[in-house]
Design a protein around this ligand. Structure first.
Ligand SMILES: Nc1ncnc2c1ncn2[C@@H]1O[C@H](COP(=O)(O)OP(=O)(O)OP(=O)(O)O)[C@@H](O)[C@H]1O
Ligand SMILES: [Mg+2]
Length: 251
């Protein structure tokens, strides 16, 4: 489903390379975890997958469903089923969350050649998904993310993901700032998205999240490269010993 081949990327208009020969393969049905020290390039990778213009791919390729996405703009990537939940969700003043969801869902449906949702159908779907995530409908009348607490923003991201039914989901530190109950709710939300036709990439610092969302593969990112891959036991090993051993072994 997703194959990143020897990717090199720098900050646009500078010579600062952040991603330095990154290889990663994630199959449909797979849940992959990306871990790695602060500043190793995890969020940058998610921005590059989303197609942000602040970064420039200098070589290598990102293949999604057999095709390179490098020439696709962010909206085309979203329409093709790529969903990114960022570490710092953006606030959208002036757009009620409900309105945002309706537009996003209908755009997605249009891209799949489906009809627009009727208002009652839309409201039913949102109520159901919000209920699962313990999100108060009153919150959804407010502008998206504006004044939402850290944990509320993360829940709102998962709500969008549930409703948009993407094929490739990338979650950047969706666990940070969540209280214990919310962590469980959000993890259940992610687990409910597990599907043979969908791939999920979770970026996290903590083994704790991976107890709830048990990953099929774990990859360690360091200085813009995947320096080690393994199964869920790798996350346990990192939790116990930190990154030093893995970094040393890769050097
Ligand atoms: N626009 C930018 N200008 C300058 N430096 C940048 C820019 N974007 C990213 N970087 C640098 O690139 C490196 C990777 O950043 P990134 O946010 O991808 O790390 P991360 O792995 O997500 O870290 P964390 O675990 O702290 O979230 C950092 O050293 C960061 O300072
Ligand atoms: Mg980050």
């Amino acid at each position: 489903m997703l194959e990143i081949r020897d990717l090199h990327a720098k900050i646009a208009d500078t010579d600062t390379e952040i991603i330095r020969g990154l290889n990663l393969k994630v199959e449909a049905g797979e849940v992959a975890a990306i871990m790695g020290p602060n500043g190793s390039g995890k969020s940058t990778l998610s921005y590059i997958l989303a197609g942000r213009e602040d970064y420039e791919v200098t070589s290598g390729d990102i293949i999604y469903n057999g095709e390179s996405v490098l020439e696709m703009d962010p909206s085309e990537r979203a329409a093709s089923g790529v969903f990114l939940a960022f570490q710092y969700p953006v606030e959208i003043p002036g757009v009620a969350t409900m309105e945002f969801l309706k537009t996003a869902m209908n755009e997605q449906r249009k891209a799949r050649g489906e009809e627009e949702l009727s208002i009652p159908d839309f409201i039913r779907k949102v109520k159901e998904a919000a209920g699962d995530l313990k999100i108060d409908m009153a919150m959804l009348k407010r502008p998206l993310n504006v004044g939402f607490s850290g944990g509320e923003k993360k829940r709102a991201e998962i709500l969008q993901m549930k409703l948009l039914e993407p094929q490739l989901c990338v979650l950047d530190e969706t666990d940070s700032g969540l209280d214990i109950d919310a962590l469980k709710i959000v993890s259940d939300g992610v687990n409910a998205l597990r599907d043979p036709n969908r791939a999920v990439v979770v970026i996290t610092h903590y083994q704790r999240l991976l107890e709830h969302i048990v990953p099929d593969s774990v990859h360690v990112l360091y200085k813009g490269q995947v320096i080690k891959s393994g199964d869920k036991s790798l996350a346990l090993e990192l939790e116990e010993n930190g990154y030093a051993n893995v970094i040393e072994a890769a050097a």
